[in-house]
Design a protein around this ligand. Structure first.
Ligand code: BES
Ligand code: ZN
Ligand code: ZN
Length: 494
């Protein structure tokens, strides 16, 4: 689907259908020309409610307000309703709110995210009749907007939303097809297409890097592990950022085997890794002035005669010894080595990790919210703000010294699980903290996406399955810190 914005009024553009948004159930707005028909059809204008009037060539959709979240959701619902029609060319006006840029982006984003369906394994493919959407520079509330600037917002939103869909498809791919080696091939093709640097380590490479924790997790798998290091290096970058992603292409739990009900969906345990790939795709296509490194630990967690086991003691890349008490707490072992690698090889200004790390995070925040953890309050706050602006939900979970003590081991430096059944999302993050050097404590942010990364029922503009959680919030945060840095530079050298 193509999305464009033109400096024309709605009645100057020809189309098969127009999307008209009804705000706050107000059917008396002059743009709602078919009030009687709508009432007759029983259309109330509730959020995401749709009504197609073919003879009028109008698709009405409700939104509770002009808030960007409501607009994004309404446009996704509108596109999904139009998929049942034969409308190929669609037009719409502008629905600007508090921040014009944010709403223009929400409209384009909603349509591209809403039109997504994963049908790679279906014999009968999904229909996507809408080929082109023309946004007309005429606002529902009478606001004016610089159409040339708005063009930039649309381009930005389209690029980011496509990167989200790219992440979704990687995650949705079944585990026997998206093996660590295949994920590495995907990273390599992304690198070729987008001019990124890409290095891939196999088992030998991991051994040479002393990644004893990562290697232990991967040992029983028939599909050998890969460490993927992608790098986007623009000229004159404002920051250097390292993103580390948990890439468990399958998590059976290992010898601490998951019950069968819990194993289903564990192909999505690579969501952190796939989010990192999607972020690199977006930042390189947007040409953002930040150097971004993506470091992905890709492996399976399986059972077998040579599987790592509870009672084993592992040695991570930084020399820390780890007592394994549960092989299902494997993501933190893979991340431990990858975090060490990121600090040593990249020496970044910020270090972020993305992982479907704990069921406890889903218990704490619910399925739709990312858990944000770290030492620096300012960093957590600025990232959470960016996430909200991008339309993603986050909740901060606080560290404390008592939870940290629960990771003590009698035989090694640290245990891979807490001795308490409570606070599991935080204790998992505090385990990772053992692999963060002093100089990086305040530069590190841990994002537990176990909830939102993969939900089996559709929610908002997300279909059943992978949502691409993490991509939009991160790109938004990069844009935010670049803006702040440039502002600071201008005030220093006016
Ligand atoms: N991949 C799981 C976490 C998970 C659970 C992700 C549900 C998405 C949905 C992780 O590897 C895991 O199994 N964690 C254990 C940790 C426990 C053994 C301390 C968990 O959450 O139960
Ligand atoms: Zn696990
Ligand atoms: Zn896992």
């Amino acid at each position: 689907m193509q999305v464009e914005i033109v400096p024309r009024k709605r009645n100057e553009v020809e189309a098969d259908a127009e999307i008209v948004v009804v705000i706050d159930k107000n059917l008396d707005h002059p743009w709602v020309e078919e009030k009687e028909l709508l009432e007759l059809a029983g259309f109330g204008g509730g959020q995401d409610e749709t009504c197609f009037l073919p003879e009028k060539k109008r698709l009405y959709v409700g939104a509770d307000s002009l808030d960007h979240d409501d607009i994004r959701s309404a446009y996704a619902a509108a596109i999904r309703a139009l998929r049942k029609t034969r409308a190929e060319r669609v037009k719409t006006g502008l629905y600007l709110g508090k921040c014009s840029a944010q709403n223009v982006k929400a409209m384009a984003e909603g349509m591209i995210l809403g039109d997504y369906e994963y049908d790679a394994y279906k014999s009968e493919k999904a229909k996507h009749p809408v080929k082109k959407v023309t946004i007309c520079c005429e606002d529902f509330g009478g606001k004016t907007i610089d159409c040339a600037k708005a063009e930039g917002y649309v381009q930005n939103a389209v690029t980011v939303a496509r990167a989200v869909n790219y992440t979704r498809s990687l995650i949705n791919t079944p585990p026997d097809d998206m093996t660590p080696a295949e994920l590495a091939r995907k990273a390599q093709s992304l690198a070729e297409e987008n001019g990124l640097a890409c290095t891939v380590l196999d088992e030998k490479g991991l051994e040479a890097e002393n990644m004893g924790a990562f290697l232990a997790v991967s040992r029983a798998s028939a599909h050998p592990p890969r460490l993927i290091h992608l790098a986007y290096k623009p000229e004159n970058p404002r920051y250097k950022i390292a993103l580390v992603g948990k890439g468990l292409t399958y998590d059976s739990g290992g010898l601490s085997l998951k019950p069968s009900d819990y194993m289903v969906t564990m192909k999505a345990d690579k969501s952190g890794a796939c989010a990192v790939l999607g972020i690199l795709k977006a930042v390189s296509e947007l040409g953002l002035p930040v150097e971004v490194h993506g470091i992905v630990g890709a492996t399976e967690n399986m059972i077998g005669g040579n599987a790592y086991k509870p009672d084993d003691v592992l040695r991570a890349k930084n020399g820390t010894t780890i007592e394994v008490r549960n092989t299902d707490a494997e993501g933190r072992l893979v991340l431990a080595d990858c975090l060490c690698y990121a600090q040593e090889k990249v020496a970044p200004d910020y270090l972020l990790d993305y992982a479907t790390l704990t069921g406890a995070c889903v218990v704490a925040l619910g399925e739709y919210t990312t858990g944000v953890m770290g030492h620096d309050r300012g960093l957590k706050h600025s990232f959470s703000k960016a996430a909200a602006n991008a339309g993603e939900l986050t909740g901060t979970l606080p560290f404390n010294r008592y939870l940290k003590k629960l990771l003590k081991s009698d035989i090694a430096d640290v245990s891979n699980i807490s001795s308490s059944r409570y606070g599991g999302a935080i204790t998992a993050a505090l385990f990772l903290d053992h692999f963060i050097e002093e100089a990086y404590k305040d530069k590190w942010l841990h994002l537990d996406i176990a909830g939102p990364a993969y939900v089996e029922k559709p929610w908002g503009y997300n279909p059943a399955g992978a949502s691409g959680a993490g991509v939009r919030m991160s790109v938004k945060w990069f844009e935010q810190i670049v803006k702040a840095a440039d502002k600071e530079a201008r005030s220093e050298h006016p």
